[in-house]
Ligand binder design. Structure first.
Ligand SMILES: Nc1ncnc2c1ncn2[C@@H]1O[C@H](COP(=O)(O)OP(=O)(O)OP(=O)(O)O)[C@@H](O)[C@H]1O
Ligand code: SF4
Ligand SMILES: [Mg+2]
Length: 332
């Protein structure tokens, strides 16, 4: 059973500041189809502004799609009453945001922050809630002595542990983590990632991990989703993504930060990302793609299944599966 499923999801915003008469639209997410299965980890990569956070927010029911459906355990989230939606989302998904200092209520001590979701969803008796709070603190490695501390008295890593504990308070099957370590010191990032891996194993969680650190995404995920300008352009089994991705953009992204085992030739990504207000016709990557031709300007390619299972891509002129990067044809 899928934990959550997106089908033809679009999110269109009115541009910030608006154009003339405020009518400019930002195409934050376009035609997204995605299934996250129980227990699976899906990593999401792509440059800034490509729609990763929008996708994350849609998955946890924080952002309402302009079109398309979001199903949670087979039920359409936005066809439910608001109360039903809140309880369904609350019980099945948790979200960890990028910046723990803004994600937590600064006036509440840790134990109240953790008890809040239990209170809101009326879980258990008062003593049971207090017990659950203690359990959550120990689950994420927080010393009990910190129960009365305010977020401002904690280190960045401790705050992120509180945020993770809160996301897990109602025992969800899916945890969505949007840049969970980017606001942290480099020295504590590994600890938080290890905690997430550990929790995933112990609790059998499904996880959606968004990060700029694509090597971390590759290491932690079963499947990697590549996004470009609001579109999902490839889904690749994580083990194959560096060498066997078929979409030029995925290859370029992963060639820029070589894996530790062996260096690969970097493929430069030149030129700016086009505006999400006026995405190019056809394939959105065509303004930066060295393989683009006229066909790419006419039609966005549909998904094609690759020979390996669980691998599909949207490209008119995909790379050969085993084509090494230094043999990739270039314009220059
Ligand atoms: N509330 C909003 N109003 C207007 N535009 C928005 C809004 N939220 C997001 N956008 C725009 O939608 C697009 C996708 O944004 P999103 O935050 O999902 O990207 P992202 O991939 O998470 O970027 P980053 O890597 O910088 O976090 C961007 O062009 C962004 O400016
Ligand atoms: S469809 Fe065309 S422009 Fe888009 S990635 Fe493939 S070759 Fe490049
Ligand atoms: Mg983001």
């Amino acid at each position: 059973m899928s934990a959550v499923q997106l089908s033809g999801v679009h999110v269109v915003h009115r541009a910030r500041g608006g154009g003339l008469f405020g009518r400019d639209r930002v195409y934050a997410l376009t035609g997204a189809d995605l299934t996250v299965a129980a227990g699976e980890t899906v990593g999401v990569v792509g440059e800034s502004g490509c729609g990763k956070s929008t996708l994350a927010k849609v998955l946890v029911g924080v952002e309402r799609p302009t079109a398309g459906t979001v199903s949670c355990h087979g039920r359409d989230l936005w066809a439910m009453s608001p109360a039903d939606r809140r309880s369904t989302v609350g019980a099945s998904t948790g979200m960890v945001f990028q910046d723990p200092s803004t994600a937590l209520n600064r006036r509440l001590p840790v134990h109240r922050i953790l008890r809040d979701p239990l209170d809101v969803h009326s879980r258990g008796t008062k003593p049971e809630r207090e017990e659950r709070v203690r359990e959550l603190m120990s689950l994420v490695g927080l010393d009990r002595a910190l129960a009365e501390a305010l977020p401002g008295q904690l280190s960045g890593g401790q705050r992120q542990r509180v945020a993770i504990a809160r996301a897990l308070a109602l025992d969800p099957g899916l945890l969505v983590a949007d840049e969970p370590t980017s606001a942290l010191d480099v020295s504590v990032r590994a600890q938080i990632l290890n905690l997430l891996s550990d929790l995933r194993e112990r609790l059998g969680l499904a996880m959606v991990l968004v990060s700029h650190d694509i090597q971390t995404v590759r290491r932690m995920s079963d499947r990697v989703i590549t996004m470009y300008l609001g579109r999902i352009v490839e889904e690749t089994p994580a083990a194959d993504v560096t060498d066997h991705a078929r979409h030029p953009y995925t290859r370029a992204l992963f060639s820029a930060t070589p894996g530790l085992l062996r260096p690969i030739d970097p493929i430069p990504l030149t030129g700016p990302v086009p505006s999400a207000t006026r995405p190019p016709s056809g394939c959105p990557f065509r303004t930066r793609c060295w393989r683009a031709d006229d066909a790419c300007a006419v039609r966005m390619p549909d998904f094609t299944a690759a020979s390996r299972p669980a691998h599909r891509y949207r490209c008119h002129h995909p790379l050969e599966e085993d084509q090494p990067n230094h043999r990739l044809p270039r314009e220059t």
